[in-house]
Design a protein around this ligand. Structure first.
Ligand code: FAD
Length: 301
């Protein structure tokens, strides 16, 4: 219901206002903005992964530019002594236009990652790309082993995928999944999605060679995950929690850190902020109020 309201109202909101509300979710437009944010988060003790915003590239020239930007980012992280961990999307590298060229672009990024000892996470997009993403992930791992991908508990297939990937010693980010999927492919109920998340988390914690990033802002779910971890003390050093920059769950994250868990923030930047921000805003129940404030009380944002 709220999402439908936002979908209806957002196109009418001037981009400048969306930007004001959305900027908490993005580090800025340029690489330097991202580096400054990463430095500050690192001083506060957070792990980070950096994402250059962009998806659904429509021509190969853009894919090439995106890959070059990733190479530049990886080199900058190494030069500045910042944590070397990036996240990327295959549609940004042109997977929907030309798979072979998209893999070539990914390979350029992997070569830079290998030279600079950088972890590369391949984000998961909608269900039409799940198999392809796993295929790219497996091929990528043959080139540079410090590669991981993402699984989405919303999808009915995920527990089976996780069982297989865990046995291969995968490093997976486990999230609910942001894309709207058909009833045939995906659970629609909140509780079913949580149960599938927990089942996948248990499988990953029980697989001695696997690693998992538990990526959720759902604090009741975090509570249940904590309970599962307590039963498996040996899994603690193979897992971490992850959250998106800007989502207001600071006290929840601080509590996890006080308990000794690694917490990694996903830090996106780049001029292509609109699509990403609209997705985030749709998830945020305070969004209507935030837009109203930025319209009428500009000084308060
Ligand atoms: C580090 C990270 C990486 C991700 N990578 C991917 C990926 O590769 N592919 C993919 O499909 N999805 C990805 N996601 C998104 C994820 O799939 C979910 O859509 C998103 O995290 C919301 O689900 P939730 O588990 O937080 O639970 P929800 O039940 O959606 O949210 C729990 C609580 O957090 C609040 N909340 C959630 N989002 C926001 C927000 N933006 N602003 C304010 N409050 C909010 C909700 O209002 C609710 O109170 C990622 C998420 C994270 C944290």
């Amino acid at each position: 219901m709220f999402n439908r309201f936002v979908t209806w109202v957002l196109p009418a909101v001037p981009k400048i206002i969306v930007h004001k509300v959305a900027r908490r979710y993005i580090a800025g437009d340029a690489l330097d903005d991202a580096l400054a944010t990463l430095e500050s988060l690192s001083h506060k003790g957070f792990g980070t992964t950096v994402d250059i915003l962009g998806e659904d590239t429509v021509e190969l020239g853009q894919a090439r530019v995106a890959a070059s930007q990733y190479v530049e980012l990886i080199e900058a992280l190494a030069e500045r002594g910042l944590e070397r961990n990036v996240s990327l999307k295959l549609t940004q590298l042109g997977i929907r236009i030309d798979e072979s060229r998209a893999f070539d672009e990914l390979k350029r990024i992997l070569d830079a990652a290998a030279q600079n000892d950088t972890f590369v996470r391949i984000d998961m997009e909608d269900a039409t790309l799940t198999d392809k993403t796993f295929e790219f992930y497996r091929r990528a791992r043959e080139i540079w082993p410090r590669v991981g991908t993402v699984v989405q508990s919303r999808l009915r297939r995920t527990v089976d995928d996780v069982a297989q990937l865990a046995s291969e010693g995968a490093d997976l980010r486990l999230c609910k999944g942001i894309y709207k999927e058909s009833r045939e492919n995906a659970y629609q109920g909140r509780e079913e999605i949580r149960e599938s998340f927990l089942e996948s988390a248990r499988l990953l914690m029980d697989a001695p060679r696997a690693r998992v990033g538990l990526a959720t802002h759902d604090l009741p779910l975090v509570e249940r995950l904590r309970w599962e971890i307590e039963k498996r003390p040996g899994a603690r050093d193979r897992l971490e929690f992850q959250a998106l920059l800007g989502v207001p769950i600071r006290s929840g994250l601080e509590r996890l850190r006080e308990e000794g868990f690694e917490v990694r923030l996903y830090v996106p930047y780049g001029p292509e902020w609109y699509a990403y921000s609209v997705r985030r805003l749709k998830e945020n129940p305070d969004m209507a109020g935030a837009i109203a404030k930025s319209l009428f009380k500009r000084d308060r944002l």
